[in-house]
Design a protein around this ligand. Structure first.
Ligand code: MG
Length: 401
């Protein structure tokens, strides 16, 4: 029997070509020139992921047979005894996606072929239209539609809206203040305006980002029903999943959830109980392609669709992994897409492209994407204390961002 190809080295590359810190893992093999890349981007705790990889996973994985993706995933998850969580899941994802990339290169097949082959040639994407006023949001939607987009997420202001006018108590701490009541009012008015401006054909989406109390979230889902959203995202926090049953009993607004999930019980619960319509986990946050493909199959069996998380804090490698899942899975619904810069395309050769509202990859073996490490080194990560996650309610109390 031929000697297996083994893991020779694991490197984590931290880089920041734009405003977001990215983590990409490179798995080197015993076969000269054969390597794979994977996304391990948990941007807010990027150094913790790097340490988990370098200090814990790498010593455990060196010398292992690269063909045994499933075994490596299972053993990596339990090797530290305590399992799951965003740091470990992202570290495992970096290796997992790289091993799928390697397997594809060995087989001379793109990853979507390894999974079972394409069911579609391109993936519907949705893009983000935001602005300080309803008029500006509608203008952005119109521009996107003129560019060939059919799915647009609409947000007035930032998550939680434009801020509101409730005075703060004396001595209140600094923070990213928002007013849930003002957010509800202005968002409903914005949706009404946008729908009247852009007509019925455009698919509109909206992200609540867990900014409402559960009972207000139930009412909000009813309030947006006339605007026929493609989906309403993160209406509730993962901690409040049981409230989805009440939403379901009150309205038919399609629901999407999952970017904060990092435990199988979270996505299994919403799937088995059909509490939402779209699963949108951050693929590296759930542990990579290995758990994502199983979850997509489960979603298909239960009548749910996928909408994998895909803003700028997914690395281009992660976007490529998302696209392979999208092209293969019959449960695919829509893919969130960001607007890559020219530098992104230069640093990550093979980064998928949007044409006429569809995302296309290439049919190169593996994930079909690489990283220019020399260029990546010219853009080191810049550490900051995150401000937008310091969300506060009008009275100054901490809120979920
Ligand atoms: Mg979101």
């Amino acid at each position: 029997m031929a000697r297996p190809t083994t893991i020779d080295d694991i490197q984590i590359i931290l880089t920041q070509p734009g405003s977001v810190r990215l983590a990409v893992v490179k798995v080197m093999t015993s076969e000269p020139g054969l390597y794979g890349v994977g996304c391990a981007t948990f941007t807010q705790r990027i150094h913790a992921v790097a340490a988990a990889l370098e200090r814990h996973l790498k010593p455990f994985l060196l010398g292992r047979d690269v063909s045994r993706i499933e075994e490596i995933w299972q053993m990596s998850m339990v090797h530290g005894y305590w399992r799951n969580g965003p740091v470990l899941n992202n570290a495992i994802s970096g290796v997992d996606q790289a091993l799928w990339d390697i397997k594809g290169k060995q087989a001379a097949m793109p990853v979507h072929d390894l999974l079972g082959g394409k069911v579609r040639e391109g993936a519907h994407v949705y893009v983000h239209a935001a602005g300080p006023t309803a008029v500006e949001v509608a203008d952005r939607v119109t521009e996107f539609v003129a560019d060939g987009h059919r799915f647009v997420r609409v947000q007035q202001g930032f998550y939680g809206g434009t801020g509101g006018a409730v005075p703060r108590p004396e001595g209140a701490a600094d923070g990213a203040y928002f007013d849930p009541a003002a957010y509800r009012r202005e968002t409903l008015a914005m949706m009404e305006h946008v729908r009247s401006e852009v007509g019925p054909e455009v698919e509109l989406l909206h992200d609540v980002h867990e900014r409402l109390a559960p009972v207000d979230a139930v009412a909000f889902a009813k309030d947006v029903e006339p605007f026929r959203l493609f989906f309403l995202e993160d209406l509730l926090a993962p901690e409040d999943l049981v409230w989805f049953e009440r939403v379901r009993s009150q309205c038919t607004t399609p629901l999407a959830m999952g970017e904060l999930f990092n435990h199988p019980l979270e996505w299994r619960t919403v799937t088995e109980r059909r509490l939402v319509d779209f699963l949108r986990m951050h693929v590296s946050q759930m542990g990579g392609i290995t758990p994502a493909r199983k979850t997509a199959d489960m979603a298909h069996g239960y009548g749910l669709r996928t909408a994998w998380h895909g803003p700028a804090d997914t690395s281009p490698v992660g976007h490529a992994a998302n696209l392979h899942l999208d092209l293969w899975s019959p449960a695919f619904g829509v893919q969130e897409w960001y607007r890559p810069s020219e530098l992104d395309y230069e640093m990550f050769p093979g980064l998928p492209e949007v044409r006429n509202g569809y995302l296309y990859g290439n049919d190169r073996p593996g994930l079909g994407i690489d990283i220019d490490e020399t260029l990546a080194a010219e853009y080191p990560v810049i550490d900051v204390v995150e401000q937008w996650t310091q969300a506060r309610l009008p009275d100054g109390s901490p809120a979920r961002p």
